[in-house]
Design a protein around this ligand. Sequence first.
Ligand SMILES: [Zn+2]
Length: 346
Amino acid sequence: MPHDSDAPRARGLAELDQLYALIDRLGNDAWVEQLAVVEHRELRLPILAVMIGAREPTAPTFALVGGVHGLERIGTQVILAYLTTLTSLLQWDGMLRAGLTRCRIALLPMVNPVGIALQRRANGNGVDLMRNAPCVGGFATPLVGGHRWSPRLPWFRGSAEGPMEVETLALCEFVRRWVSCASASVLVDVHSGFGLVDRLWFPWARTRRPIPQLAEILALANLVDATLPNHVYRIEPQASSYTALGDVWDHLYDEQRRLREDQPFLPFTLELGSWMWIKKNPRQLMRQLGWFDPVRPHRLQRTLRRHLALFDVLQRASAAPEAWSGHDAPTRAAMTRAAFARWYGS
Ligand SMILES: [Zn+2]
C-alpha cells in the first residue's frame, strides 16, 4: 500500500483542492495515504486518507468517511469542515495535541471521487459502493436495497463474481489498517438524501435483527444524549428505514466480530435529512444535486457547522471506551434489554 502524499496532484475538483490545501496546512501534524487511484475515461483521481495522532494500530480511533455516493457531496464537505477546525485547533490547542498522543483521528473524506466529479451516485462502473460488499443472508427492500440487474439502474451491487470495486476495497483497507485494528473505535459515514431529520444509523442494514452489541450502542447513545442534550439526531437501526444487501458496514462489522470480538468497532451512518432543505426550497429540485445537497449559502453554512459538536463528542468517546463498553455481564444484559425495548419493541 503506497504511503504517497507527494504523488502528482489531480486538480479541478473543488473538494480535492480543499483537501490538498488542508494537508499542506497540517504538515507534520498528519500523515496521508493514497489508498488507490481511480481511473475513468479522462479522469484519474486519488482516494486519500488523512490520519492525525497516535500511529500504534491499537490506539483508540475516531473515523469519518464521506463521499461514498457521488451525488452526496455534502458528506465530503462536512468532513472537510471538521478537518478545517482540527487543523486550526492543532495550531494552538495543547490539550487536543496531548490527547492525540494516545488516540487517533482517521479521515477518508472522498471514497468515490469519480462519482463526485461525474455528479452521480455510483462509481465509474455504475456500481453503488454501499451495496457492493459480500453479503450472507438478509433481505433487501426492492430495488433501493440493491440488485444485480443492470448498472444502468441505481443501487446496482456489481458482479457477484470477481472482487469488490477499487473504491470499496480502498475503504475496507482503510478501516482495517487504521480503524478496526484499534482497541476501540467509533466511525461515522456521512450520507444525505433520505428523510426530514438527521439520522444516526447503526448496523445491520440487511436484516431487522439486532446486532450483538446493542448494549454498547445504547451506552454510546445515552452518552450523546447526556452530553449534547439538544442534539438533533435520531439514533436508530438502519433497517428500521429500509434494508439493503451488500452494505460495507455490515461486512466490516461482521468481520470485526469474527476476528477481534473484544475490540469494539461501532460504525454509524449519518444520514442528513436533505428533504428538509427541499421542503424549505422546492426550487432546488430543478438542480441535479438539489435532492442531496443544500443549495442556499446559509443552509450550506448551517449544515457545515451543525455536526462539529457531534464529531467532537464521538471523538472524545472513542478515546474513552470505558464510558460505553466493558460492562459486566449482568449490566450488559440489562442494557441489552433496555436497548431492545427502545429500538425493537414494536
Ligand atoms: Zn448515500
